[in-house]
Write a protein that binds this ligand. Structure first.
Ligand SMILES: [Zn+2]
Length: 407
C-alpha cells in the first residue's frame, strides 16, 4: 500500500526539465530584421527580452564581448571579474564559481545532464569535465568535437562544414531529448558567428540566422512532443554570447551598444516583474532562473556570489550600487517586492574567489527593502582596499564589489 501511494505521488509531481541554447553572435536588432518563426513561437508562450552581455560598461565586472566569456557568463551566472575567462584561450578559468551543471549534479547526482556543441572546449574546459577542480563532473550525454574531424568535415573556405556540424549537433540533441529527455541540457550552435565574421551584416549572415532558428525549431518540436506524451514541464532558454559591431557587423569584443545587445527568448510563463519592468536584465540571470525552475537550492554563500537574478518567481532586490567616499559606502538598490527587509552584509576578504572557501561577513544593518538605500559608516569598520557587499533580501541576494583603484 505504501509503495502504491509513493508511485502515485511521483506520478502527480510533474517532472521538470530544462534546455538552454546559445547561438553565436546574433545581436538583438538582427532578430527583428530576419524572420525567426521558431524563436517567436517560443517567445509567444513566454517572453523575448533584451538582455545585455559584457558586464557593466567601465565597471569592475566589465567583460569582453567575446564567445567563451559570453558562454561562461551564462554557465556560471557571474561576470569575468569572477570566472576569469577573458577570451577563447580559456587559460585560467576560476572553477570556484560552479557552472549550472555542477550545482545541479551536487544536488541531484542521479539526474541527467547533456551538452551538444559545435565546440568541444565547452565541455572539456568551460564545464571542466573530469577535472579535479570540478569534482570530476561527468556529463551523462555529450555530442561534440566534430570540428576536430577534418576527414568527415573538411574545413572548406566557405565554412559550410560548420553549418553541417550545427545540423548534426541539432539532430543529435533533438534525438536524445525525444528519447532520453536529459534533465538539464545545453545546445551550442556556431555557424551564425562564422558568417558574421566573414560577411558582416549581409545576406549570408541573415541566412545563417534563419538556419539557427530552424534548428531551434527542431529542438522545440522535440520538447513539445515530450510535454504532450510524458506530461513533462520544460523550460527552454535561448540566448546569444555577444552582438556585433555597428559599422560592419564583422567584429565584436568591445563595449558598444550593439556588441552588448544580447537577448533571452524563453517559454517561461510568467516571467516576473524584474524581467518585464527592469530595463537592464542580463545573461547572468539565466543561471538563477534555471536553478529556480529545477528546484536547485543554492546555499546562502553561493547566492552571495551570483551576479544574476531569477527571471521567474519572487524577487526582492535588484541593481545594487555602491559608491565609496572617504568615510562611507553609499549603497542603493531597486526594490522589486516590498516584503521583508534587506540584510546588509560586508566582507573584506575574497576567499571564495581565491580558494573557494566561504568568506566571513559582518551584518552591518537591516532595513526595509523599500528604503532602497543604506550608508555603511566606514569609521566603524576595518580599513581595506577591497570590500564585498551582499544585500540579502527575502527572495534573493545581490552583491557588489569595491576595489581600490591604483592611482
Ligand atoms: Zn561568439
Amino acid at each position: 500500500m505504501a509503495a502504491f501511494i509513493g508511485a502515485a505521488s511521483i506520478a502527480s509531481a510533474q517532472k521538470k526539465k530544462a534546455l538552454f541554447v546559445i547561438i553565436d553572435g546574433v545581436s538583438r536588432d538582427v532578430l527583428d530584421s530576419v524572420p525567426t518563426p521558431s524563436l517567436h513561437a517560443i517567445a509567444k508562450e513566454g517572453a523575448l527580452l533584451n538582455a545585455y552581455q559584457g558586464g557593466e560598461r567601465n565597471e569592475f565586472n566589465q567583460t569582453p564581448t567575446i564567445s567563451a566569456p559570453g558562454y561562461t557568463n551564462v554557465l556560471t551566472g557571474v561576470w569575468y571579474h569572477k570566472h576569469n575567462v577573458p577570451d577563447n584561450a580559456i587559460k585560467a578559468i576560476n572553477y570556484n564559481y560552479p557552472t549550472i551543471f555542477r550545482l545541479f549534479k551536487d544536488q541531484y547526482p542521479n539526474r541527467k545532464t547533456a551538452v551538444f556543441s559545435s565546440w568541444q572546449d565547452n565541455r572539456t574546459k568551460l564545464i571542466g569535465e573530469g577535472l579535479p577542480q570540478t569534482a570530476n563532473i561527468k556529463m551523462d550525454f555529450h555530442f561534440d568535437g566534430l570540428e576536430l574531424d577534418t576527414v568527415k568535415y573538411p574545413h572548406d573556405k566557405a565554412r559550410k562544414f560548420m553549418s553541417d556540424i550545427d545540423q548534426a549537433v541539432t539532430d543529435e540533441a533533438a534525438r536524445v531529448i525525444s528519447q532520453d529527455a536529459p534533465d538539464l541540457s545545453w545546445v551550442y550552435l556556431e555557424f551564425t558567428d562564422d558568417m558574421g565574421h566573414m560577411y558582416g551584416d549581409s545576406e549570408q549572415y541573415r541566412e545563417a540566422v534563419k538556419l539557427a532558428d530552424a534548428r531551434i525549431g527542431q529542438l522545440w518540436e522535440a520538447i513539445k512532443q515530450r510535454k504532450e506524451k510524458y506530461k513533462e514541464d520544460w523550460l527552454i532558454v535561448v540566448t546569444t554570447d555577444h552582438g556585433r559591431d555597428a559599422k560592419t557587423g564583422r567584429n565584436h569584443g568591445g563595449q558598444s551598444d550593439r556588441e552588448r545587445a544580447s537577448w533571452i527568448v524563453t517559454n517561461a510563463k510568467p516571467v516576473n516583474r524584474y524581467a518585464t519592468e527592469a530595463k537592464e536584465i542580463s545573461v547572468v540571470d539565466i543561471l538563477p532562473t534555471i536553478a529556480r525552475f529545477l528546484d536547485i537550492k543554492l546555499a546562502a554563500e553561493q547566492q552571495k556570489e551570483l551576479d544574476g537574478v531569477p527571471l521567474i518567481g519572487k524577487v526582492s532586490v535588484v541593481k545594487p550600487m555602491a559608491v565609496k567616499t572617504d568615510d562611507k559606502i553609499k549603497l542603493s538598490w531597486t526594490p522589486v517586492n516590498n516584503e521583508g527587509k534587506v540584510k546588509v552584509l560586508l566582507s573584506t576578504s575574497n576567499n571564495y574567489k581565491q580558494t573557494g572557501v566561504h568568506d566571513k561577513y559582518k551584518l552591518i544593518g537591516e532595513v526595509p527593502v523599500k528604503d532602497g538605500k543604506f550608508d555603511i559608516d566606514l569609521s566603524r569598520e576595518v580599513s581595506s582596499n577591497f570590500y564585498k557587499i551582499a544585500l540579502e533580501g527575502k527572495y534573493n541576494t545581490v552583491n557588489r564589489w569595491i576595489i581600490k583603484k591604483d592611482k
